[in-house]
Design a binder for this molecule. Structure first.
Ligand SMILES: *Cc1c(COP(=O)(O)O)cnc(C)c1O
Length: 396
């Protein structure tokens, strides 16, 4: 680490503002300067030799990392309570990098089936080309997950909460299966963020985030991160340097800037999600609402026991509506923009059947539990009253 973590053990807001950063920076600047450089120079030949023999901590060439990226990695590791973080150019870059670094031909991987469809597609279509076996089991069916484990199983993977169904995994139970059976565990915690839940504290080996979402928080960048122990991340960092999925110093700085307000933003996302979910649940044109903060949610008890808040994502179903009638509600909304993604300050709304599953058959959509009348609303940080009023007029 280039920088100490002065705020490593502090509260979530103090850590978000200060952790990972040097107290004294070049040019007496309070913010981190953006190192707009692709390569780093050496004073003389001896300093190259010293660097190679690890007598010196410094940068060498941009594909292996840059100072802005390292600062963000240290901040993210501190926020998540992990030893180390490795940043990638996107969430998918992080997932692919992590799995490629740890899996060999003949290994197997078990996923809960509500994981992001591109993550499962990578395993099903691509890892299998390299001789890695792939199995999916029903989300939160822990017995099925245990039964799927063979002597070749290397990884258990889940998200929590899942997207768009918002199932909440009992992280301790999930981590315990991995520990007992000698299998690595990975939680994609994009939807909860370290503000709402810290899976490493429950014993999970790796936490992954699409930093594109809440961590960046402003719908203006893509990034991904894996957090875990130094030992388990060393091969991941090494492979990243070969595959090249790094962040530019500019992008890493934008992420650092976004992270400063993570705790503040999450408080508002949590409050807006709950207010909107309560309103929708009481509306006669809404058939059902999925939000872990509602008492009606099948995983409310686990969520209430383990999470600080429930995030900004709310999934709901329009009563007696086909896909066109559902689309009409979405088109009538005036504050949330229509688009994929979540976790930014601007609210976003979409119909998963159209946005992500248009090219799938009705039978395939049924297996993914994607209904035609399903709406996914990613609450931003606007005023809850305005979001509720807007939804009321759109439903009317
Ligand atoms: C968006 C997302 C990803 C992929 O992240 P990118 O930054 O878009 O590559 C992975 N997992 C979850 C849960 C996501 O929401």
């Amino acid at each position: 680490m280039l920088h100490p973590n002065p705020a490593g053990a502090a509260g979530p807001s103090t850590a978000a503002v200060h952790a990972g950063e040097a107290r004294h920076k070049p040019g007496f600047s309070i913010t981190d300067p953006i190192f707009a450089t692709s390569t780093y120079t050496f004073r003389d030949t001896q300093s190259i030799v010293d660097f190679i023999e690890e007598k010196q901590t410094r940068e060498e060439y941009g594909r292996y990392g840059n100072p802005n990226e390292r600062t963000v990695e240290d901040k993210l590791a501190a926020l998540e309570g992990g030893e180390e973080a490795t940043l990638f150019a996107s969430g998918m870059g992080a997932l692919v990098g992590l799995l490629m670094a740890h899996l060999n031909a003949g290994d197997e991987i078990v996923f809960f089936d509500e994981c992001y469809h591109r993550s499962r597609e990578f395993c099903r279509k691509h890892l299998t080309r390299f001789g890695v076996g792939f199995q999916e089991v029903t989300s939160c069916d822990y017995e099925a997950m245990e039964r799927a484990i063979t002597p070749r199983t290397k990884f258990l993977v889940s998200e929590s909460p899942t997207n768009p169904h918002l199932s909440v995994v009992d992280i301790e139970r999930f981590a315990d299966i991995g520990r007992r059976r000698g299998v690595l565990t990975l939680i994609d915690a994009t939807l909860c963020t370290p503000y709402n839940l810290k899976p490493l504290e429950a014993g999970v080996d790796f936490v992954l985030h699409s930093a594109t979402k809440y961590l960046g928080g402003h719908n203006d960048l893509l990034a991904g991160v894996v957090i875990g122990s130094h030992k388990l991340l060393e091969p991941v960092r090494h492979l990243r340097g070969i595959m090249g999925g790094v962040n530019s110093p500019h992008n890493a700085y934008l992420l650092e800037r976004g992270l400063k307000t993570l705790a503040l933003r999450m408080e508002r996302h949590n409050a807006n999600g709950l207010a909107v979910a309560r309103f929708l649940e009481s509306h006669p044109r809404v058939e059902r609402v999925l939000y872990p903060g509602l008492e009606s949610h099948p995983y409310h008890d686990i969520a209430a026991r383990t999470m600080r808040g429930y995030g900004g994502l709310v999934t709901f179903f329009i009563k007696d509506a086909d896909w066109r009638q559902t689309a009409a509600v979405i088109d009538a909304v005036t504050i949330p923009r229509i688009g994929p993604s979540l976790g930014g300050v601007e609210s976003l709304i979409e119909q998963p059947m159209v946005m992500s599953y248009w090219n799938y058959s009705p039978a395939e959509r049924a297996t993914f539990r994607i209904a035609d009348n399903m709406v996914r609303l990613a609450c931003g940080i606007e005023d809850a009253d305005d979001l509720v009023a807007d939804l009321a007029q759109a439903l009317g």
